[in-house]
Each structure stands twice: as structure tokens, then as C-alpha cells.
Design a protein around this ligand. Structure first.
Ligand code: ASP
Length: 334
């Protein structure tokens, strides 16, 4: 391969927000994630790139997919993983978050993976400890690894994201997945649409570089992918939502509704899914349409790549070695 003389090394030692990334960073993550994705599909043996490192998980909020996939990714690459369980820990004896963070840093941990209900919690851990930290969801603020795995899933399918029309539907107001996805999809030049009940759309959403719709049938027109979001009842104080039945009737995804979307429109969901509410049963199980399990599969690959990149353990961690350009590929544009 001809060298251009230009090299770019992954510059971050934490991943706290999609806003910290530029398209080259995303390209590096995808390139390495593609390696892990293919290796897992072909049952290839993993290189123990994270051997000797200790990764601590601090999940102050529940998690199924995110925690398990960080753990699988780290173990496959040879790291030791310690799961800190807040209910059993000194936090329940009154220890402050700062003291917990400093205690964990004093144990010479190498990576922290943090989920907390407060916006900015992961950034706070990174600042206080100086340990590379990954934000695994901070309240309604951000969930950067979810957005990266979603975009990776689409980029693998399409070759590129630029110019594609992607609708995010549901509870946008309380969704960290929506916020991180909007930043990332905008960075990658997608055409992003939002739709949901007026009470669950942020008042300033029209200033986020997206088109806002209230009618799902209009919003679906020509969409290449639709991302359905759960109503986050745990983050609500008042009664902001329609009933499940009303939500399903007005905003739920069905085969019939998809007739206005592009013919091969993909259905996504970050999970956990409420069948019959965000997506009806038949569509949720239609593997020609939904890529929900592929998102989970991508999650392990993308998190493997991120762990290697933030710890400086990715082999050939330089843009000069990359072969694909899948983050801003507009060849699908008319
Ligand atoms: N799993 C995602 C999150 O942690 C979405 C959800 O919970 O609905 O934000």
C-alpha cells in the first residue's frame, strides 16, 4: 500500500461523549471493530491485546447488553474485569462518589467503565481518577458506545452513512441513545429525523440539525433506517406519556407503516424492547428487516475496538494503515 506520509493516531484516553470525536477517530474505531466483528463470526482466536490490564465496571444503573458486552470484549482480549456492585459497596454506607473513585484509582485500575443516572458522572470519574474512562450511559445525557455500535451496524450494511435518511422515534426527551446518535449521525452527514409525542420531544430539538415530525407516517417517507426508542418511565417525574396502547397506535412500528419507507428500510432498537409498543411482534421477529441482534453483535466488536484504542493497545493504531473509508462514504447519494 502506498504511504501518503500522513499519519493520525487515536488521540483520546477516555470516551465520554460523541462530541469529543472527529470523523477520523470514528473511522479508526470502525476499522478495528470490523476486524473484531469478522474474527468473532469466523471463530478466530483473539489476540490478547489487553493482557495485564484491569477493567473496573461501575454500573450504578441497571444494564444487560452494555455491561455484558464490555465484559465479554475485555475478557476476550485478556483483561481482568472487576464488577463493582453499588448496592454491596461502601456507597450504601455513605461514601461519596469522589472517595469511591479515588479508592478505585489507588488500586491501579487501567480502565473504568461507568454508568450512572447523573449527566457528567463518567467525566467526573475520569477527571478525579486520571484513569481512562468510558461512559456507558450518564442519565439522559449520552451513551456514546451505543451510538458507535448503531452507526457501525449501518456502515457495515451500507458501506457508508452519508446521505442516508434515519428516523429516531419515541421518547427523545429522556434518551441518551438519541442524543449520542444525533451527534454521531450528524458528524457522518446522515439526514436525521425525529418523531414522537410532543411531550417527549425536547422543545429545542429543531436546533439540533434534525427534522422534527409529529406524524410518523410522514416521518417515515423514504427512510433508510428507523431507530425505535423505549419510553423511559424511570426518568419521568410527571405523567408525560400516552398509554402503551395509544403509543403503539400512534407511533408504533408495523409492516404496514413501513410501506412509506425505503423498500429495504432497516429497523433498529437499542433494547430493552417492549414488544407490541415500540415495534409490533411480527416486525420485531422479521429478520429481513430488523437488525436488533446484529446491533448487539456489533456492540462487542465496537467496545473491543474502543478498549484497545483508549489504552493505546490497538495494533497499527494509525490512520496510514487503514483500508476502508466507511464513515463518510456518499456513493449511495443520488
Ligand atoms: N439501553 C439503552 C440505555 O441504556 C436504552 C434504554 O434503556 O431504553 O439508554
Amino acid at each position: 500500500m502506498e504511504r501518503t506520509g500522513f499519519t493520525y493516531d487515536f488521540p483520546r484516553d477516555s470516551l465520554l461523549s460523541v462530541g469529543d470525536l472527529n470523523p477520523l477517530d470514528v473511522q479508526m474505531i470502525f476499522e478495528r471493530a470490523r476486524h473484531h466483528f469478522d474474527a468473532a463470526r469466523h471463530n478466530e482466536e483473539n489476540t490478547r491485546t489487553l493482557a495485564g490490564l484491569t477493567q473496573i465496571h461501575l454500573f450504578f444503573e441497571n444494564s444487560t447488553r452494555t455491561q455484558a458486552s464490555f465484559e465479554i470484549a475485555a475478557r476476550r482480549l485478556g483483561a481482568d474485569v472487576v464488577n463493582f456492585i453499588p448496592g454491596n459497596a461502601s456507597i450504601s454506607k455513605g461514601e461519596s462518589l469522589n472517595d469511591t473513585a479515588l479508592t478505585l484509582a489507588a488500586m491501579r485500575s487501567d480502565i473504568l467503565v461507568v454508568r450512572h443516572r447523573a449527566a457528567g458522572a463518567a467525566a467526573h470519574f475520569a477527571r478525579v481518577t486520571g484513569v481512562p474512562t468510558i461512559n456507558a450511559g450518564d442519565g439522559a445525557h449520552e451513551h456514546p458506545t451505543q451510538a458507535l455500535l448503531d452507526a457501525f451496524t449501518l456502515a457495515r450494511r451500507w458501506g457508508g452513512i452519508g446521505g442516508k435518511r434515519i428516523l429516531i422515534v419515541g421518547d427523545i426527551l429522556h434518551s441518551r441513545v438519541a442524543r449520542s446518535n444525533i451527534s454521531l449521525l450528524n458528524l457522518l452527514h446522515a439526514d436525521v429525523r425525529l418523531c414522537g409525542p410532543a411531550t417527549l420531544l425536547p422543545a429545542d430539538a429543531d436546533r439540533w440539525g434534525v427534522s422534527v415530525f409529529h406524524d410518523i407516517d410522514e416521518a417515515l417517507e423514504g427512510c433508510d433506517a428507523v431507530m425505535a426508542l423505549r419510553i423511559q418511565k424511570e426518568r419521568m417525574t410527571g405523567k408525560l406519556t400516552p398509554s402503551d396502547r395509544e403509543f403503539a397506535t400512534l407511533w408504533g412500528l408495523t409492516h404496514q407503516r413501513l410501506e412509506r419507507a425505503a423498500q429495504d428500510c432497516l429497523i433498529m432498537h437499542p433494547g430493552p424492547i417492549n414488544r407490541g409498543v415500540e415495534i409490533d411482534e411480527a416486525l420485531a421477529d422479521d429478520l429481513d428487516r430488523t437488525v436488533i441482534l446484529e446491533q448487539v453483535e456489533s456492540g462487542v466488536a465496537v467496545r473491543s475496538a474502543i478498549l484497545e484504542l483508549v489504552t493505546g493497545r490497538a495494533p497499527n493504531q494509525s490512520i496510514a494503515d487503514m483500508r476502508t473509508h466507511d464513515v463518510d462514504d456518499r456513493r449511495d447519494e443520488a
